[in-house]
Design a protein around this ligand. Structure first.
Ligand SMILES: [Zn+2]
Length: 724
């Protein structure tokens, strides 16, 4: 969740250079009228609303059946089990009659990097079990019964297995957890991150293996381990080519099992475990399944739909749901075209199933020709949640402000319409139980790889969040709702068809939609600015009113300018779909209208501040006092030296221990931190200063300290990823 910069307010007025908005406004008048007359008589039928056709064909039940099949595979990246799931999808797609069905295979050996992202090692498992021998006999984990109970990328043991004593190492993720404990040859019980515990206990200290009972992302009242004491969490060792030789095994236990083992140890009892694992690590391959519905007249341009296929069995919502949903959308469109109910769209629609993040980076970094074809995309990740059971809400994560797009309003308007189309009305209004919200860009799924500024393809993501059963053995098919699937499928199919078939007329319609919604967002930001100014005046704790008003004015003025610029970019983005003189004039006219609205609101804000200052008898300085970090930030203009997103946990390893600890603290207190890091990288263009990047982040998310951006840029410079 982040957004962009631009402090110089009057740049707004010079968007078109010589032919700024004022000029366009006059010149555009007559051209625009002719254009409207021309498109009014076209009526080719291409622009028919497909809403009811898609509603009749697309089935939540069929989507759920695909999801149920996929959730039977243990779909770990670069594993033989993932490959089996890929083959299942390919077979189904061929049966449906899709074009260009294939599995793209790319090396994944734990050594090879795709841009900055290291691939995973290959993995296969035949069986695994963990037994307690003392103080009582009990089967604690069985891979066949529940594959998630084995840490992914566990190495096999000797045929006779390993018998070892259990040692409690608390979190097990730092040196202090091991102080005074001998873990060599023993199995450790850790409550922290399995990967880090494996490095600390096994790789560094020679432990035989790791047992965890971790539960992540606790949200009181929504998702707590106390609600799901028997759930096992998805845990992975993630070895690299450097650590693979020393990699051993790990098991994921439930909270209830972990607590029981811990209690034995606390009471002084010896806990003896026996582990037996039949698994192999080897140089593997990523499977990327792809297929198309070939376009008719603009075949070389592609709209894409993506979903990550990876994750442990069952992973019904995460992300068999997105994967199965994609299959049902593919089936629906193919069936509608096949039956002649809709024409073949002009552009190609491409479907992509990937191993999450690294799989997408692998595809994009090795297929630059494909990237050039991509016009826009929609990513589906965890879309099937039964909202009541999972306590979820559907989020539309928009493109970042660094890449504004019509796509956001197109998807959002379809979501709004989905209520009308798919909900029941009562005498007193709509009776909808389905929740959906629009959320500023937040990374965390494959859309972030496409919108990265070195790739530059607009992509939104739909995700249900939170989810009580996320990344646990309880993410099962009974938590998947046909109703959720029908809605997400309807919205995604209609949006994909609209873009695939878009001509100048559709582009005009989308520009109109984006303009009207954008104007409303500027008005909303203006209201928020006024609220912010009055808050300063009314707050008795803020003593130096002149300074405080100057600060608030600077912030809200910058925010308004940023939002105007973003909305202008979103309206202009329709030109990727069609390029006619008339459309260009229309677009520039709306861009000018947005600039006018912004300038009007800023002028009103300034006069409000003036009036309030006169009433308070204070002087508001032109610029508020600057901090040292702000002064420094103005002198730093970073240049990016890498492609693709930052794999943050690997990047952290390149920083000093002090920096790492500082970032961990910030991550805990600032929920938008990962979004801010991604958007900082997107905004580095060799022209913007660190100060301008900070203003953009503050406008997009909550006010951000210049010192954070300066420190981050310096650390990235130290890692040779940026220069200045
Ligand atoms: Zn996941």
């Amino acid at each position: 969740m982040v957004r962009g910069p631009w402090a110089r307010r009057f740049l707004l007025r010079h968007q078109g250079g010589e032919t700024g908005p004022e000029y366009i406004k006059v010149a555009g008048e007559c051209v625009h009228q002719t254009y409207l007359r021309r498109i009014a008589v076209q009526g080719t039928g291409l622009h028919m609303d497909h809403g009811s056709l898609v509603k009749d064909e697309l089935s939540g039940s069929i989507a759920r059946t695909y999801i149920s099949h996929i959730s039977n595979y243990h779909r770990i990246q670069a594993s033989t089990m993932y490959h089996d799931a890929s083959v299942y999808i390919v077979d189904e797609l061929r049966r449906m009659g899709l074009d260009d069905v294939e599995i793209i295979q790319l090396p994944s050996d734990g050594k090879r990097k795709y841009w900055l992202h290291r691939s995973t090692v290959g993995w296969s498992v035949r069986s695994a079990e963990l037994r307690m021998l003392q103080p009582k006999k009990e089967l604690l984990a069985d891979f066949e019964d529940m594959p998630m109970s084995l840490h992914t990328y566990s190495r096999g043991t000797a045929d006779e297995g390993v018998t070892a004593e259990l040692v409690d190492v608390r979190a097990g993720t730092s040196a202090k957890d091991y102080k005074g404990k001998r873990v060599k040859g023993k199995i450790v019980l850790a409550s922290g991150c399995a990967h880090t515990a494996h490095v600390e206990a096994v790789v560094k200290r020679g432990a035989a293996g790791v047992v965890t009972d971790t539960f992540e992302y606790e949200f009181p009242g929504v998702r707590q381990s106390i609600d799901v004491p028997d759930a096992r969490a998805y845990r992975g060792i993630w070895p690299t080519s450097d650590t693979v030789v020393k990699t051993r095994f790990g098991f994921s236990l439930s909270k209830r099992q972990g607590d029981e083992l811990r209690a034995y140890l606390a009471s002084g009892k010896k806990v003896l475990l026996h582990a037996k694992v039949d698994a192999k690590l080897f140089p593997g391959k990523y499977d990327i399944v792809t297929a198309t519905i070939r376009g008719s007249s603009k075949r070389e341009e592609e709209v894409f739909l993506s979903a990550h296929l990876c994750h442990p069995k069952p992973g019904a919502n995460d992300n068999a749901s997105g994967s199965g949903m994609l299959m049902e959308i593919a089936r629906t469109i193919t069936a509608l075209i096949g039956s002649g109910k809709i024409g073949r769209p002009a552009r190609t629609i491409r479907f992509i199933w990937v191993p999450e993040t690294t799989g997408t980076v692998a595809l994009l970094s090795t297929h630059p020709d494909l990237v050039k074809k991509l016009v826009a995309g929609i990513n589906l990740d965890m879309v099937g949640e039964d909202q009541e059971k999972c306590e979820s809400t559907l989020h539309l994560s928009t493109t970042p402000d660094s890449l504004p797009s019509y796509l956001n309003d197109l998807l959002w308007s379809k979501l709004e319409k989905s209520s009308k189309e798919l909900d029941r009305f009562t005498k007193v209004g709509l009776a909808s139980k389905f929740r959906f919200v629009r959320t500023p860009f937040s990374p965390g799924s494959d859309h972030s790889e496409f919108v990265d500024s070195s790739v530059g393809v607009p992509c939104v993501s739909m995700t249900q969040w939170p989810d009580r059963y996320y990344h646990t053995s309880m993410d099962t098919i009974d938590k998947v709702s046909e109703d959720s699937l029908k809605r997400v499928g309807w919205v995604t199919t209609l949006a994909a068809l609209k873009i695939a078939d878009a001509d100048a007329r559709t582009a005009h319609e989308l520009a109109g939609l984006t303009y009207s919604r954008g104007a409303a967002r500027i008005a909303e930001a203006s209201g928020k600015a006024s609220e912010g100014i009055f808050k300063v005046v009314n707050d008795p704790k803020l003593k130096d009113k002149g300074q405080e008003l100057a600060k608030a004015l600077q912030h809200h003025r910058g925010r308004l300018e940023h939002i105007v610029r973003r909305e202008q970019g979103a309206v202009r983005s329709v030109l990727r779909l069609a390029h006619t003189k008339e459309l260009e004039v229309y677009v520039e006219r709306q861009v000018g209208n947005l600039a006018d609205a912004g300038q009007r609101d800023i002028a009103t804000l300034e006069s409000t501040v003036e009036t309030l200052a006169a009433g308070l008898k204070v002087r508001v300085p032109e610029c508020p006092r600057q901090t040292k970090a702000e002064r420094e930030a103005k002198t730093i203009v970073p240049v990016r030296r890498f492609k693709g997103t930052l794999p943050w946990s690997d990047i952290l390893e390149m920083f000093s221990e002090k920096s790492r600890a500082a970032y961990k603290g910030i991550e805990e207190s600032d929920l938008d931190f990962s979004s801010k890091v991604a958007e900082t990288v997107n905004l580095i263009d060799g022209k913007r200063s660190a100060y301008e990047i900070t203003l953009a982040l503050s406008a997009q998310y909550a006010p951000t300290d210049c010192a954070l951006v300066v420190t981050l840029l310096k650390d990235l410079k130290g890692a040779k990823l940026v220069s200045f």
